[in-house]
Ligand binder design. Structure first.
Ligand code: FE2
Length: 469
């Protein structure tokens, strides 16, 4: 807990300084801990007698200019090995199975599928497998085909047992507990997902810092909402009226863009009719001009999406250096997905194309609640399990979609709706868009939620959502 205004006045007086009440109230916004106050006192010039708001702002600005530190923990950029042949897909799925099954084996004592035949008299049998087929029988039960490295088996989820409510997605790795009937049919009682522990707690920043999470700006499209984006830029420069607005903006050290910074070309049918800028490089140049208006002390991290100019198969490497040269020194390009660390807080960035697979596979999960699908990703410790769905998967040596390090924040975009929630200590943010409804979205009846900017306070992990009209 930080000091109140009177406590701050007293602490400064003990060091021979008077402090203006506005300056004291400004310090409360920075947390007003003993450490913060000591830092301010140590930074003061000896000539200062009365500490005013300008002194505090100058010190905090200086701190911000040197503080932001972007660590890239996982990223495919420059390490891609795949050419897309059959052997690579075999290795890719083996890697997925071996790493996720290891997580599940912490929870259940599973044996190989090939040994199932010897276990007909056992009370409970456990296996871990990758789901190769899901179907519904004429009686309303679910039938799964499940494989491990030793064999394949059929598993029945009976409609009158609770297990029928488990949502099973193709190509995901699950643990199955149940019994074998005399004729060798495996009846499931329980499904175990790799999941993260209930007790998981997120890390927080030691110093005041916030991150703006955004995505799907779609610069170059006629439906890019330029006026609202300009309002956002005014806000981040603390040029909009309102003390509360300015306070949130003053704490921002980072901005993460989870893909689709530009609209691109040829992404959906007749897109060219809706483009304002027809050249992708000019679209990036315009994007760079906007981002140059963001204060230099804010570190900007850009990950690509399906509208960006990088390979469409995922994981996608970072946007090329050729495009990168348009942008300022405070911009870092990373791949999709990628895991980064900002002020000690781990953020998993994924554009979110697979969210559409989750919407198809899980009843009740839709684009109106993208964060619900993101919780399903965490539960499965995998960002994109389905092969042959909406995501074209590049068979890299390792499965880059596996969530082995638990992030503090999972940030997605793609869906153009805002969804924010927590799942077992992980903050889930789908950050919406800066694009109005396109003709294509009208046909699909997709209603976007444009011009929202979620801001996560990295000290408290509280999320403020700002809206710019
Ligand atoms: Fe998008």
């Amino acid at each position: 807990m930080g000091f109140g205004v009177s406590g701050i006045v007293q602490r400064f007086a003990e060091h021979g300084y008077q402090i203006n009440p506005d300056a004291a109230s400004l310090i409360t916004q920075y947390g007003a801990t003993d450490e913060v106050i000591r830092g301010i006192i140590e930074s003061l010039d000896e000539s200062v007698l009365v500490v005013g708001p300008d002194h505090i702002n100058a010190i905090k600005k200086e701190e911000k200019q040197k503080a932001p530190d972007v660590k890239i923990l996982k990223d495919i950029t420059n390490i891609s090995t795949c050419v897309g042949n059959y052997e690579e897909f075999v290795c890719y799925f083996r890697d997925r199975y071996s790493r996720l099954s290891e997580m599940i084996r912490w929870r259940i004592n599973a044996g190989p599928i090939e040994a199932l035949g010897k276990k007909r008299d056992e009370k409970e049998v456990n296996i871990v497998g990758i789901v190769s087929d899901v179907s519904t029988t004429s009686k309303g039960n679910k039938l799964l085909s499940v494989e491990d490295t030793t064999g394949e088996c059929q598993v029945l989820l009976l409609k009158d047992r609770d297990v029928i409510d488990c949502n099973i997605i193709l190509d995901e790795v699950i643990g199955i507990s149940g019994q074998l009937t005399h004729d060798g049919l495996f009846i499931a009682n329980m499904i175990t997902y790799p999941d993260i522990p209930y007790s998981n707690k997120s890390k927080t920043s030691q110093l005041p810092a916030s991150v703006i999470l955004t995505s799907d700006i779609h610069i170059g499209s006629k439906t890019f909402l330029e006026d609202s984006f300009r309002q956002f830029i005014k806000w981040i420069n603390q040029d909009l009226p309102g003390e509360k607005q300015r306070k949130v903006a003053s704490n921002v050290s980072y901005m993460v863009i989870a893909g689709d910074i530009i609209d691109g070309i040829g992404i959906y049918p007749n897109q060219e009719k809706e483009l304002d800028i027809l050249d992708v490089y000019e679209q990036y140049e315009r994007a760079a001009e906007y981002l140059a208006e963001i204060p230099n002390h804010i570190q900007i991290i850009i990950s690509p999406g399906n509208h960006d100019v990088v390979r469409q198969a995922e994981p996608q490497p970072a946007i090329s250096e050729e495009v990168g040269k348009y942008f300022g020194k405070n911009v870092t390009f990373v791949g999709n997905p990628s895991l980064i660390e900002l002020s000690g807080v781990k953020i998993l960035i994924y554009h979110g194309r697979s969210l559409e697979d989750f919407f198809t596979a899980i009843p009740g999960v839709s684009y109106k609640k993208p964060d619900m699908a993101m919780a399903e990703m965490i539960k499965r410790r995998h960002l994109s399990p389905v092969y042959g769905g909406h995501v074209s998967i590049a068979p890299e040596r390792n499965d880059h979609f596996i969530i082995d390090t638990i992030p503090d924040i999972l940030h997605c975009g793609h869906i153009h709706t805002v969804g924010i929630s927590k799942y077992r200590g992980v903050t889930l943010v789908n950050s919406g868009t800066w694009q109005d409804q396109t003709e294509y979205q009208k046909k699909l009846n997709i209603q976007p939620m444009p011009c929202y900017a979620p801001v996560v306070d990295l000290q408290t992990m509280g999320v403020s959502v700002l809206h710019f009209n």
